[in-house]
Design a protein around this ligand. Structure first.
Ligand code: SF4
Length: 277
């Protein structure tokens, strides 16, 4: 589906603003990766989402087909842009929609100060050429989500996402081409923390960013992990991964491995700030 949107860049608030981003760029409403833990549909109506989006999360998407024209008018040289806190720009439906190449073209023509693309979609390598061109004109960073080192866990929580191997291959291609690429361990699904940290260290040469699954005990208000992921965790014996103390221990274990390798590891806005600086 497609719509003509009124706006494409939104001034940031909350987590992303705290990290230092001035604007978010969201090319679609709803995300066909449909991850079971996705916090976006728990926000209610936000960022142009409609009730049918968050009630049927992942089942369809609606592209903002006039995004390039809107960008032409709204882009400014001092913006620090995060694409996107509400959808994956390289979600499966983008393969046929092909909106991102046109968006990248506008970013090239009117480069913001910093542009970060957050994705878990290997489809991003399709756009290697425009990404490279954009990286010559501004600071471009790709933040690639790695959530677990265990394929069986990945299939449970994010069945429509690419395998770990496919994601690592995409990171490798981006990095070989010279695109600054971060591994973002977010959200941290059940995994072997040391092994996941080792993979992130091997595949990238930047500091490592992470974030635990959002839980109400440490995040009393706002968006949180959605019900489907809680059910999966209970059913498969992973309930402790939603316990704040257990999560803190996992974060500490990853941090220890990363620091031992001479790099930094941080979660939340502290980690995401490394993308926005
Ligand atoms: S890729 Fe991101 S935005 Fe899309 S469903 Fe998964 S967590 Fe949500």
């Amino acid at each position: 589906m497609s719509i003509l949107s009124k706006t494409i860049l939104s001034p940031t608030s909350g987590f992303i603003a705290e990290a230092g981003f001035t604007h978010s760029l969201t090319p679609a409403r709803n995300c066909t990766f449909g991850c079971t833990y996705c916090y976006v549909p728990t926000m209610g109506i936000y960022g142009g989402l409609k009730p049918e989006d968050w009630r049927h999360w992942g089942q369809f998407t609606t592209f903002k087909t006039n995004a390039p024209e809107l960008l032409r008018r709204q882009l400014r040289a001092n913006q620090v842009i995060y694409c996107s806190p509400l959808v994956d720009p390289y979600q499966p439906a983008e393969e046929s929609q092909k909106l991102m190449p046109n968006i990248l073209h506008e970013l090239m023509a009117h480069p913001p100060r910093i542009c970060v693309i957050q994705t878990r979609g290997p489809l991003i390598v399709r756009d290697l050429e425009p990404l490279l061109e954009l990286s010559r004109r501004t600071t471009l960073r790709v933040s690639f989500s790695l959530t677990t080192n265990r394929e069986a866990v990945r299939k449970l929580y994010e069945p429509h996402c690419a395998t770990l191997d496919c994601r690592l291959k995409a990171i490798h291609i981006l990095r070989q081409a010279g695109i600054t690429t971060f591994a973002t361990l977010a959200p941290l699904l059940p995994c072997d923390p040391e092994e996941l940290a080792g993979i992130a260290l091997d595949e990238t040469d930047n500091d490592i960013i992470g974030d635990a699954l959002h839980v109400r005990s440490i995040k009393p208000r706002g968006a949180t992990t959605r019900e489907a992921a809680f059910r999966i965790s209970q059913k498969h014996g992973f309930a402790e991964w939603l316990d704040a103390e257990f999560q803190a221990e996992v974060v500490e274990r990853i941090g220890r491995v990363v620091r031992h390798a001479g790099r930094r590891f941080a979660t939340g806005p502290e980690g995401f700030r490394w993308l926005a600086q």
